[in-house]
Design a protein around this ligand. Structure first.
Ligand code: CA
Length: 533
């Protein structure tokens, strides 16, 4: 009697619905390798759990991820907080909510050293008022307001320059049932200068009167302009916007239908705000196509400036969302209609690639394989409506396709199909193309099996998947080893994880296999390094 005959072997063909050493049951009735808590932390920080996945509700996926984050905090709180800062501050994630939530968990579950690190990290993770309000709402439901936490919030206000503080105060007034006023009441920051005192006083109770002449303190002038804007006529409003760089949030709603107001806002509008308002700008004909429309030239120039994209921490998912919304000519929930300007669509397409920064080409033979099975159409990346893991992986794959000459595109479920896709095609066309492919079961070993059958030389397989594989006769890691043996090519495998779940088809004990997180802006360069090394 040999007991091992009942266990699958690490290097022998074993169906995916039976385990091989090191694997655990996935959600689909198959077996895959579990990812460790630190990788799970990364997946959560980048992909979030909003909207859930095909297999897990938002609630279940959030709880699972929170538990993994708490285990990281208990194992090494400082390392966990450092990771949150790293991913949040560099703009690697499409949304900042997961990092804010994880930081609140560090305050709630960390030891004193971890809480100290979390207090230091607060302004780096919560960079604007809205982030701070989200944080307050999370903390309020997870734990009480201890002294250390109040001090951290007080410092958030006191360490900002007066001009920054004033802008935050007029721009982000309240969110999630929290306002700056509520936070000041809890944190009691003691102003360090008269200017700071004047601004904090306005936040806490407003000013008694607003003079006709600008406020004598530099730092408080944007607040003065904000107060004046409430009753200003159009010419005065335009002057206020120009002279004090008033943000859109400071403009009375009824004035936002004036094209001239938007033209005045444009030069100092942040890139994220610009991306969100492109439809609006088209609707009001601010972006009307003619040879001498300075607003249109400005928008096109801004969208094609890689330095501006980088400095504004614009994430590719924001650009992709803007592209998909703008080109369809109407907003979500039917908010207005417009005629898309083709040049703007092209500029967004280019901005998507530029927002990943420079990626060094590997010049290797690559096979890109998109999992288009049914589960990949469930849930959404970072809570973006319409951005399923299936659509998202197509966009991710385009980054590699655009930088490599030797990338071969395929899509698979229980069969594999080569795709003729060129990086010269526009992103929205590719997304449409992928959305139209048939669904089916999942067999992640197909890219390797197919390449072997077709005698195709591949230095690296890049598989975009949720690793919920179950339908194949052989595990993907075993299929890769077989491919290596039979072809003599030391082929690598990169798994681009598109869902914040616990699974990977990459064997963690095999140095030739790597896990990265889909839509981590650092992923394309990590992949390139790994393939070249
Ligand atoms: Ca699947």
């Amino acid at each position: 009697m040999t007991y091992t005959k009942h266990l699958g072997k690490k290097n022998a063909p074993t169906p995916q619905n039976q385990p091989i050493p090191g694997t655990v049951a996935n959600s689909a009735g198959g077996y895959a390798f579990p990812v460790d808590d630190w990788k799970r932390l990364d997946r959560f920080l980048v992909l979030g759990a909003e909207g859930g996945s095909y297999y897990a509700s938002e609630r279940k996926l959030t709880i699972e991820n929170a538990q993994a984050v708490i285990r990281c905090i208990s194992a090494d709180g400082k390392r966990a907080v450092a990771r949150m800062v790293e991913i949040s501050d560099s703009g690697r994630a499409p949304k900042n909510e997961p990092a804010i939530f994880a930081l609140a968990l560090a305050f709630a579950h960390g030891d004193p050293d971890t809480r100290h690190a979390a207090a230091e990290a607060l302004p780096k993770v919560c960079r604007i008022g809205t982030h701070l309000f989200h944080f307050a709402a999370y903390v309020d439901s997870l734990r009480g307001w201890g002294r250390g936490l109040r001090r951290a919030v007080a410092n958030w206000y006191l360490n900002a320059t007066p001009a920054q503080l004033a802008l935050q105060a007029v721009k982000y007034q309240q969110r999630d049932g929290w306002s700056h006023r509520d936070l000041l009441r809890l944190a009691h920051p003691v102003p360090r200068s008269e200017e700071q005192g004047t601004i904090l006083n306005w936040i806490a109770k407003g000013w008694e009167s607003v003079e006709e002449t600008p406020h004598p303190m530099d730092g408080a002038r944007v607040i003065w302009a904000f107060e004046r804007a409430k009753t200003a006529d159009l010419p005065e409003l335009l002057r206020l916007i120009e002279d004090y760089q008033l943000p859109r949030e400071a403009i009375p709603t009824e004035k936002l239908t004036e094209p001239k107001v938007w033209e005045a806002l444009l030069p100092h509008m942040g890139l994220t705000a610009l991306l969100r308002n492109l439809g609006n700008l088209s609707k009001l004909e601010v972006l009307a196509v003619n040879n001498s429309n300075p607003a249109l030239s400005f928008v096109l120039k801004t969208l094609s400036d890689p330095n501006k994209l980088r400095k504004a921490r614009v994430h590719p998912v924001e650009v992709l969302t803007a592209l998909l919304t703008y080109q369809q000519g109407h907003g979500v929930r039917g908010k207005g209609e417009w005629t898309p300007v083709p040049k703007v669509v092209d500029a967004l397409d280019a901005a998507f690639y530029a927002s990943f920064g420079n990626v060094e080409p590997t010049h290797k033979r690559l096979m890109l394989a998109l999992d288009v099975s049914g589960s990949m159409a469930g849930g959404m990346i970072a809570g973006v409506p319409g951005l399923s893991p299936r659509v998202g992986s197509a966009a991710m794959a385009m980054i590699t396709a655009a930088t490599e000459q030797n990338a071969f595109f395929t899509a698979f479920q229980t069969t594999l199909t080569p795709l003729s896709i060129s990086p010269r095609q526009r992103l929205d066309d590719i997304v449409k193309r992928i959305s139209g492919l048939p669904f089916g079961g999942t067999d992640c070993s197909l890219p390797m099996i197919w390449a072997l059958e077709k005698k195709m030389a591949v230095d690296a397989f890049i598989v975009y998947t949720d690793s919920e594989t179950w339908a194949g006769k052989i595990h993907p890691s075993v299929a890769l080893r077989e491919y290596r043996e039979k072809t003599g090519i030391a082929a690598k495998l990169i798994v681009v994880g598109m869902v914040a779940n616990n699974f990977s088809i990459a064997d963690p004990d095999d140095g030739g296999m790597l896990d990265v997180v889909g839509f981590d802006t650092a992923a394309p360069n990590l992949m390139s390094d790994f393939i070249r090394e």
